[in-house]
Design a protein around this ligand. Structure first.
Ligand SMILES: [Zn+2]
Length: 104
């Protein structure tokens, strides 16, 4: 295998060999518990990015550290929210990087 990647929320492994062949492995007898996510602060509230539905529902502060189901109605993925949060920092003025040793 040249590269292997775990599925973000299912017990599946994807791999590519040196000939470019793609392999999908179902991991048997492995049952995931709730997916652990770190909520982030946004617009004065808390949210998380669900790996299943790709939505970012708002969550209440008192749910930190708890196991919940994704708040998106059609999703319901079991999620454990970390007790800590991160803060999203948006940089508006970033020049394109030219590599590790860019000239100034
Ligand atoms: Zn979801």
């Amino acid at each position: 295998m040249e590269e292997m990647t775990l599925h973000p929320y299912l017990p599946q492994l994807t791999g590519v060999d040196s000939n470019g062949n793609l392999y999908l492995h179902q991991l048997k007898n492995i049952h995931y518990g709730p997916i652990i996510l770190t909520p982030y602060e946004i617009n004065g509230g808390l949210s998380y990015l669900c790996p299943a539905c790709q939505k970012s529902p708002i969550v209440k502060q008192q749910l930190l550290g708890q196991v919940i189901q994704c708040a998106t109605e059609s999703c319901g993925l079991p999620i454990k929210l970390n007790a800590f949060t991160t803060q999203v920092v948006v940089k508006t003025e970033e020049k394109p990087k030219r590599g590790l040793f860019s000239k100034r």
